[in-house]
Every structure is written in C-alpha cells, then in structure tokens.
Design a binder for this molecule. Structure first.
Ligand code: FDA
Length: 329
C-alpha cells in the first residue's frame, strides 16, 4: 500500500476513533455534572475554584462586576449569570431572585453594559411553576424600570414548552413587553417552529446549539445536523426585525452568519454574537475588531460545578488545558 494511502487510512481511523471517543467523554462529563458527592467536594475545595476560574468569574457579586467592567472596557457587552439550578424550596428561589435584583440595581448604578441570564429552575420551576413565573415577572418589571433586559436560559427538553409558555405570557404583558427574551437550542427538532412563533410575538432570541444530553427522539444526534440547523435558524433570526443573539464559538457558524448578513445587507449593529467567558477569547476580540457586537456570558457564584462540567463536556480537551495551566501557575 502506498504511503499516502496508508497515512490517509491511519488519519481516517484515528478520526473515527476520536469521533467515537468524543460522545463517550461528553456523556461521561454530563453524567459527572449530576454527581452530588463530587460536586460537594469540588465546590468546597480550593483546587476546584482555581481550576474553574477560567470559565467562572468568581463566587461573589463583586467578582462578577469586576469581570463585567473589564469585559466592557474591551468593547464587549455582558450577560451575568448567578449560577444555580433546580432549587427545591420557595426560600431558595427567593434567595436566588434577590441576587438578580441586586445585580439589576448595581448594573444601573454603575452604568454597566450588562443584562442578566436566568434559569427558571433556579427560580423554582420544578418545585412551583407559579412561583417561577412570579419571580420572572418581578425580574422583568425591575429590568424594564432600569432600561434593562432579562434573558431566560433554556434547560433540558422536558422544560422547553413550559419555559416558552412563561416567556410568551410575560412578553404579552404591556409592563414587561420587550424586557424578556429566551434561548432556542438548534439541536432540537422543534426549534424552527418555536422560532417562528417567538418571532411572531417579537421576542428576542439567543440561538445556541444546546448543552444537554437529549435523546434522538427530540434532538438531532449528529453534530453536522445540528450545525446545519444552526445556520438555517440563524438566517431566520437575522432576517427578522428584532435584535437577536447568535451564541456560538464555532468559527464556521460565525462565518456563516457574517456571510449571510453581508449578502443580505444586514448591518452588524442589527444583531450580536454571544460567547462564554473564557472561551475563544481570540475570536471575541477579533469580532470586536471587525466591527461586530459581542456579548460575553459571565457566570459567577458558589454553585459553579454543573456549569463547569457542561463546559468540559463540550470540549473534553479543556481538561488537559486546565491542568497544564494549573501546574504552570
Ligand atoms: P461546538 O460545541 O461545536 O464547538 C465549536 C468550537 O468552539 C470547538 O471546536 C472549540 O474550538 C470551541 N468551543 C466550544 N465550546 C468550548 C469550550 N467549552 N471550551 C473551549 N472551546 C470551546 N446551552 C443551552 O442548552 N442553554 C442555554 O441557555 C445556553 N446559553 C448559552 C449562552 C451563550 C452566550 C453561549 C455561547 C452558549 C450557551 N449555551 C447554552 C451552550 C451552547 O448550547 C453550547 O453547548 C456551547 O456554546 C458549545 O457550542 P458551540 O456553538 O460553541 O459549538
């Protein structure tokens, strides 16, 4: 066999092996994200906090504000996420909401270019949907009164419908119209229909690929299918008259959105790219340099473990990267 053919086969089989390994690692990290003992250990250990600092601003509100100011100085907007999900009591939900109210006041007082990203399960969705909706309403009212905006993050597919229902009901109220938006995940089959409905209501959307483990009955199983749907859905967002966010670190997705906007004469001020704190900082800076709007999602808080594990699931190579930096520091 000639060398080029052999090396092509070697390359192919190593790529195939890698292709097989990645979903396994992804599932392993997602499973670990639900492991309570490991979570307790990591969240309380100094090593855990140091390892996670690449993706998490810190544990306190002041840490988040410091990072937000620094990101703003680099010409980018921010969305602040007070980490936490799946609370099981009214008290926990109210405590979580209080942090967001404080954030809205501080963003206003310090004139930061920042809004907030909220998970409804942190506001009690699985424990009392009525409470979660009431809290989301009060946050949206507060945001409206300070000329700000609340983004409702999207969680796993069992919660998609109820999350969209709540956002649509709140956006239908005159006092919160326009102050609340939602996230759509390109990996779900239902997303195109959801986007069409949300656009009819004029609701702002953040489009992402989706970070949870979903069965093939509800989500595209292959990355190429998710990517194809992401491009299709971003075009729907770019074509609409509402301001939306294209949330991805995937250069191919970014390039496709940029090319479509250029082709259709859509101004860069008409939409924004969104990326996570600590991920593809080079691409974030380049987009700003090229005249695009970028918003950085800045998470903070004591309950950083599930968020951190989802970031490792997206890119298992991060483990090696983080460990290298840890021992270098
Ligand atoms: P993909 O995973 O295909 O990665 C493409 C490339 O990006 C990789 O090859 C790598 O170079 C880089 N990259 C991606 N992730 C990385 C990481 N963790 N570390 C280093 N490099 C990385 N999901 C959800 O279900 N609900 C939500 O509400 C949100 N909200 C949200 C907000 C914002 C601002 C962003 C950017 C993302 C989300 N997500 C989310 C997460 C999203 O669904 C998705 O899991 C990640 O963004 C990873 O997908 P990419 O589009 O980056 O592509």
């Amino acid at each position: 066999m000639c060398d080029t053919k052999r090396s092509a086969m070697t390359r192919q089989s190593s790529a195939q092996r890698k292709g097989l390994r990645m979903p396994v690692l992804r599932s392993a990290f997602i499973a670990l994200s639900r492991n309570r003992s490991l979570r307790r250990f990591c969240e309380q250990s100094k090593i855990g906090s140091r390892l996670s600092s690449r993706f998490i601003a810190g544990t306190e509100i002041l840490d988040a504000l410091r990072v937000a100011e620094s990101v703003n100085r680099q010409g980018m907007s921010v969305t602040l996420d007070s980490l936490g999900e799946s609370v099981t009591s009214d008290l926990e939900a109210h405590r979580a909401a209080e942090i967001y109210h404080q954030l809205l006041d501080t963003i206003h007082a310090r004139k930061l270019d920042a809004n907030i990203s909220v998970k409804l399960t942190q506001m009690g969705l699985e424990h009392s949907p009525q409470l979660a909706e009431k809290i989301a309403l009060s946050l949206a009212q507060h945001a409206r009164s300070t000329a700000n905006f609340v983004r409702i993050d999207m969680e796993d597919s069992n919660l998609t419908q109820i999350t969209l229902d709540i956002v649509r009901r709140l956006n239908a109220r005159p006092e919160t119209k326009g102050a609340i938006g939602v996230v759509i995940q390109a990996y779900l089959y239902r997303s195109q229909a959801d986007i069409e409905q949300l656009l009819a209501d004029g609701i702002r959307i953040r489009l992402c690929k989706g970070a949870y483990k979903e069965p093939p009955e509800v989500a595209f199983p292959r990355k190429s299918q998710v990517d194809e749907n992401f491009v299709l859905l971003s075009k729907l967002l770019l074509d609409s008259s509402v301001f939306h966010g294209i949330a991805t670190h995937d250069e191919a997705m970014v390039a496709a959105a940029k090319a479509y906007a250029k082709e259709q004469g859509i101004a860069p001020s008409h939409f924004e790219f969104q990326m996570l704190y600590g991920v593809r900082r080079d691409l974030q800076r380049q987009l700003v340099k090229d005249g695009f709007r970028v918003r950085v999602y800045v998470p903070f808080g004591h309950e950083w473990y599930p968020y951190f594990m989802r970031r490792l699931a997206e890119r298992p190579a991060n483990v090696i990267f983080l460990l290298k930096n840890f021992f270098r520091a």
